[in-house]
Design a protein around this ligand. Sequence first.
Ligand code: SF4
Length: 740
Amino acid sequence: MKLPIALRNFDGPLTRELVREPGKFGLGQVPGKVAPDAATTMVCGFCSTGCGLKIHLKDGQAVNLSAETDYPVNLGMACPKGWEALTPLAAHDRATTPLLRNEKTGEMEPVDWERALVLFCERFKDIKAKHGAESVAFLSTGQIVTEELALLGSLWKFGMGFLHCDSNTRQCMATSHVAYKQSFGFDAPPFTYADFEESDVLVFVGANPCIAHPIMWQRVMRNPHGPEIIVVDPRKTETAMAATQHFALMPKSDLTLLYGIAHMLIAGEKIDRDFIAAHTSGFAEFAGFVMRFTPVHVAAQTGLTIAELSRLAQTIGDGKRVSFWWTMGVNQSHEATRTAQAIIALALITGNIGRPGTGANSITGQCNAMGSRIFANITSLLGGHDFKNAEHRAKVGRVLGIPDEKIPTEPSLAYDQIVQGIEDGKIKGLWVIATNGSHSWIHQDRFNALLAKLDFLVVQEMYASTETARHADLVLPAAGWGEKEGTLINSERRIGLVKKVSRAPGQALADFHIFQLIAHYWGCGAMFARWSSPEAAFQLMKEISRDQPCDITGIADYAHIDAAGGIQWPWTSVANDECRMTNVEGAMPPQQRRLFADGKFFTPDKKARFLFDMPRPVAEPTDADFPFVLLTGRGSSSQWHTGSRTDKSDVLRKLAPAHCYVEINPADAVRLGIEPGSEVRIASRRAEITAAAFVTSTVRAGQLFVPMHYRELNRLTHASFDPHSRQPSYKYCAVALAAG
Ligand code: SF4
């Protein structure tokens, strides 16, 4: 069997080589780029803040880390997860060899890579032959490096000939992706983190950065202008407690509120008519639409007083540099895209975009959600291109050296549609990469029941112990952050480096190498010969990005990113040439760049668009049987999503309650005879769980809050979706509460 370029130094059977001499494969070796007893800087692999961490090495291995003082993102700070980033690599339950389920005993048994890869290909080819190319799907992640995402998406669609795939970014950022694309013409978060420090008014809608993005919150705390900090959130979050104004609206009345504020700003002439005329289209229609959202109507719908509405509108209207920030409270809703676009509309009508301290700014969740949004080849063709556009397909085909006809002309099914496809018997095979849907997907019991319907489930993971891996027929052991190299793109569009500073255990391989091997065993290795290393893949991504809004042709290589302290897109070859012509020795891209300073958006007419719809009722309103609204969100800054990594740290586990808890308003607790700390039962139409009662006024009467990190939570949630982004609506379902 002919080996791919990256593996041609092997002279024996691949699997034996891997087992006997992993160093030959790059396994177990820290690359020569990092001096063995030095320190090196790389970006954190948890959240989208993208902090720089200084990794301290001894004999070529990471032994400790500290927060990088010179990195322009975190300025010497890190949250608990960052400080503990190395710990999960040493966990006892790392997957160290491929594991195959024994059909007779049902137990997972170690197999060698050769057998695992042959089986992977045989089983998926068999399903494809019997049921067609649309019968197998993958679900991936925003947690692996961009080069891996690009290779995976290309391998799947161009090499293996499949169509359907999605990522766990559907659960967090699909809304922002669609909202920006429709409003600005490209998925382009406009801000840079310096804006946190330059605003005189910051408006957080459905965002709790104190907990979810603690270093961004530290940047807010460094703001020297004594800013008004406004939080719009039903719950009195940690951020709301620290804010100057908190508007505790009724859950999921945010779209009505935003339209109402737009109405008040327009009626009060607190808008920037020059900006609107020059840089937007559709304002007259928007202004006409929001006139029906009178203060009386909005007050009735949101539960806020007219005085509160006036104060909110006045603070925004009087601000000189107003920035709007949103995250999952907006994105995970039944009308999420229009809500995000209502925030964008407020920034547009007040001219708060393109200037320091302004912007309609979506804060991303995962460390590489932005990489996934642009380069995963899932909803957009590589580089933010369009599958339906023949010129785009030709360009991508030319850069990659593949025939255009290998490129699909339509995007994939979304995550929920893939799940539905399993239920309908249309999806028979599934490959899950670095995500844990058995814990995190909405209406979890249904998801897990459907996994059993699959003919073949492959899970590629660092740990064989995740809830999803336990369902697998085949587990492929993957290296983690710090055990491989590549780039991540953070919330402010900054491309940062991940380096290999630790040995992956056993036979675990970088996802990039696993994808290379699959290409080889599938029989399409030649198509991916140019993808010989992550850095070679980066060079392909650069060329694909040429002339796109995310053009990064001015970035020379990984060393350039390293020296610059990360580089925000866009950074074009033209910009880079101009930068070098300054003749300043070592001239580097400016460290803080925002989009739309020239008022030109990425739409055909260069104008931003207003998009709006009438608010819709929630999918599952409360009633007599299920009278409580269940809110969900992050619990603490020491927990990350399903805990597959953060739960490995003794330190991080001590910083958050070990068991599921629920926040209950004191009035409800008294009425139902619930003692603080006692066990309570929470039931939805789908399941019943138990949790410890945390009696607190953070939630109002009739509302409950359960953190997302506890696996039982998504047994309760209701599978409804935003129609534009198909993002799940995790933030609202009807439940009942009773003493345990
Ligand atoms: Fe890592 Fe995010 Fe914490 Fe920074 S804020 S250290 S990127 S988890």
